[in-house]
Design a protein around this ligand. Structure first.
Ligand SMILES: *Cc1c(COP(=O)(O)O)cnc(C)c1O
Length: 362
């Protein structure tokens, strides 16, 4: 396997790209009169402080994130959700109609959708029965046009963490990018790969404020990698991809790490309690071990349970038609009340389905 060479990996048009240079890129100091960006100097009558463009590189937010994540601010890209990060990785590295990526299903759907949008072919190495990587299969699929291997850990929708040793095997033996999506890392017993960024020039770590931080509506995803990779992504991103309001709200939210950690522990406790309750239920075949804020549960009849829950106003995710997780529902841990409502509804489903039969047999 050839050594990692970022210059060869990046699309040539992106390597040679002269990026857009905004007014805020060209003048970075402090001034009293700003007449350089064609903003409306009178401002909006209703939203006074939004007439100016935001910091295109969001340095204040990145400095805060850098302190929390123990990486340099220059190693961070922030996007409009992880989904923007995923799309930018394709646009920066994958030549449409020529390059390919490797995906390990069942996993997060956006890796494939974004590949299709960017006309990048998808090679699939399904997870093994224990939902771990099939390293031999991955190795077979790699060719000279393989740019990215996507690894989701903890994995959505299976909930398990991918063995660290296996991820390291891929990092050590593949000279393209290995993207590890850690959307659920704060709920996991495994430690993040962020600490290993210096060791692996081909490692990209994705995290998000959408799950553990409770901010899915804000849209803030993070991509962390070598400064060289992040510089390439910064060339491709839209100049002002994160608004002023989001930057301010994130700055505020990031000051409350202790409260967030308490919340994470509460969610993990409730996940464990739910797991035990599910296990007692005759409709449940298996509760898969979870390192995330959801449980994958194999049911006797997932679709019928899904439909029954809908009649009770409860929506879970029906994954029963997905290969390797047939007959499974993916259930997000809710509030205590929501979990109680779910358990009660499942109880009445069981009563409906089983008790009449027991009666008629008697
Ligand atoms: C929820 C989730 C995300 C988060 O995406 P955002 O765009 O940041 O909300 C990313 N990856 C996985 C695997 C997820 O499940």
């Amino acid at each position: 396997m050839s050594a990692f060479d970022l210059d060869k990996l990046v699309r040539p048009n992106i390597r040679d790209l002269v990026p857009y240079s905004s007014a805020r890129d060209e003048f970075k100091g402090e001034a009293s009169v700003y007449l350089d960006a064609n903003e409306n100097s009178l401002g909006s009558p209703t939203l006074k402080w939004y007439n100016r463009y935001p910091d295109p590189l969001q340095w204040k937010v990145k400095q805060q994130l850098a302190d929390i994540k123990h990486v340099a601010p220059e190693q961070i890209f922030i996007g409009n959700g992880s989904d923007e990060c995923i799309d930018l990785l394709y646009r920066t590295f994958c030549i449409p109609g020529m390059d390919n990526v490797i995906i390990c299903p069942p996993t997060y759907g956006m890796y494939a959708v974004s590949a299709n949008i960017n006309d990048t072919s998808i090679r699939q190495a399904p997870l093994l029965d224990d939902f771990q990587l099939n390293l031999a299969h991955i190795e077979q699929l790699i060719d000279a046009h393989t740019k990215i291997i996507w690894i989701c850990s903890p994995n959505n929708p299976t909930g398990n963490s991918i063995n660290r040793h296996d991820i390291e095997m891929v990092l050590n033996n593949f000279s393209g990018l290995v993207v590890v999506d850690e959307a659920y890392i704060n709920f996991s017993r495994q430690r993040s790969l962020l600490a290993d960024l210096a060791e692996y020039p081909n490692l990209v770590v994705l995290q998000t404020l959408s799950k553990a931080w409770g901010l899915a509506g804000l849209r803030l995803g993070m991509m962390m990698a070598s400064t060289a990779i992040i510089e390439l992504i910064n060339k491709v991103k839209p100049p002002y991809n994160i608004g002023i309001h989001t930057q301010q709200l994130v700055t505020e939210a990031l000051q409350h790490t202790a409260a967030v950690n308490d919340m994470i522990m509460a969610l993990v406790d409730m996940r464990e309690a739910l797991e035990e309750v599910f296990y007692q239920m005759p409709i449940v075949e298996k509760v898969y071990p979870s390192d995330a804020n959801f449980l994958l549960v194999r049911m006797k009849d997932a679709q019928s349970i899904y439909n029954y829950l809908l009649t009770q106003g409860i929506v879970v995710r029906d994954r029963s038609n997905v290969k390797l997780i047939e007959n499974c529902l993916r259930i997000t841990v809710g509030t205590e009340q929501e979990n109680t409502a779910l358990v009660d509804a499942l109880g009445s489903y069981i009563a409906h389905t089983y008790l009449p039969k027991i009666k008629s047999n008697a």
